[in-house]
Design a protein around this ligand. Sequence first.
Ligand code: KPL
Length: 313
Amino acid sequence: MGKLHIVGGGAIGSLIAASAQKNGVPYDCYPRNIKTMPAYAQWQDGQSIALKPAIPAPVVLEKDDVLILPLKVYQLNAALIQWLPYLSRKPTVVLMHNGMGGLEVARDLLGRDYPLLLATTSHGALKENTSCGDFQVKYTGLGVTQIGAPNLAAPSPQKLADLLQVAPQLANAIAALDSALPPVQYRSDILKALWTKLSVNAVINPLTALHNIQNKHITKPEYEQSRIAICNEFTQVANAYGLDFDARSAHENVLSVAKATGENYSSMHQDVTYGRQTEIDAINGYIVEMAKKKGILVPENTLLVERVKALTN
Ligand code: KPL
């Protein structure tokens, strides 16, 4: 099995590293800032797992290695440019982020036939500053990682066993990820999974950030009009690109995720709270951009982009 190389010191990257450590899967971490890399992870049962010391700079990767980029979309371009000289043997690259736009960035820099996986995860993790001044990551909710191979010629193999025949390198990378942080589900229609996640983030993230509320509160009647308008616009745009969404089901799914993650403050709420750049461009901004190309009007999403940007300016 190749090694997992995890870029960035964020919550999800640190969770993958800690879980790899726990399950005996070889890995290394490459945070941007070594000082803020979590030193250990706190499991839900109270178990504490110490992480390996991080590596300060990229190294040349082998073909069976896996480079995982659990970064924000706006950080992806710089990270890939930094890693490009070390990818000549074409190790598998895995993108894992909220929102959309990462695939386009990766294709521009790596080419359309690069061994690439796109993933979305519902595992919950929170990076925290401890009283001793170092950082830890807390595993806050068991989830699932969905993953697929967008650069393979369509139609994508239906099952992981079929993928193993067509693209063994990618199937082995998925198996390595599953050994590190299970469960990992192969999706032949990964773009549908990513658009589904986009619909959830497009509603929960801006509403929680703008109204300073936990996820569960967006289910209240006072947000119904906004929720429905976002889902209607989302559905029109997604369907214009050949996806098959239904606005009512999209809305029901948003409500069920908001309830399931009810006690959480969304990532956008946290970004606004801590004065960090938000992912609004990759979420509602992506819907607005894709709508423009098809001549679809999306006033609710357009307004949300403006209002969230006003919060952080
Ligand atoms: O992905 C999320 C986020 O906060 O970015 C949700 C699903 C809304 C959970 O908080």
